[in-house]
Ligand binder design. Structure first.
Ligand SMILES: [Zn+2]
Length: 131
């Protein structure tokens, strides 16, 4: 594995993953998505997808790991206030935290692929189309 930049999470276990989360269910309804992963603090909450389905998509894992890094950088409240403010200002797709997480997915997916080929575009979890 070639490490491009220092990344603390490479040497950590994956965070706690919560299936059938009521918080993620609310986000899923709000986003109109089939499945959603949502970071709260150091945990990844899922709705509409199992832990296995989530872990099978290293792009998705890398995306959520970037949100965990953002939570650590800004704190729970700092993250949530910025996230909701920027959603109102820019729309979901253009929230800076989401833009950064999409970039992290492309950059870091190989780190979470466990030696398997990366999934194709059709196999990847789609970005919600919410406004
Ligand atoms: Zn995201």
């Amino acid at each position: 594995m070639r490490i491009i930049r220092p990344n603390f999470y490479l040497i950590m276990e994956l965070p706690r993953i919560v299936e059938n989360s009521p918080f993620a269910r609310l986000a899923r309804l709000k986003l109109g998505a089939t499945s959603v992963a949502m970071v709260l603090g150091r945990s990844i909450h899922l709705s509409g997808a199992s832990k296995e389905q989530f872990l099978r998509d290293p792009f998705w894992v890398a995306h959520e790991m970037e949100h965990i890094r953002q939570f650590e950088q800004y704190g729970r409240l700092g993250f949530l206030v910025r996230y909701l403010r920027d959603w109102a200002r820019h729309g979901y797709y253009n929230i800076p935290f989401e833009v950064a997480a999409r970039e992290a997915a492309e950059r870091d997916a190989h780190l979470y692929a466990a030696g398997l080929p990366l999934p194709s575009a059709a196999e990847r979890h789609p970005t919600p189309k919410a406004k």
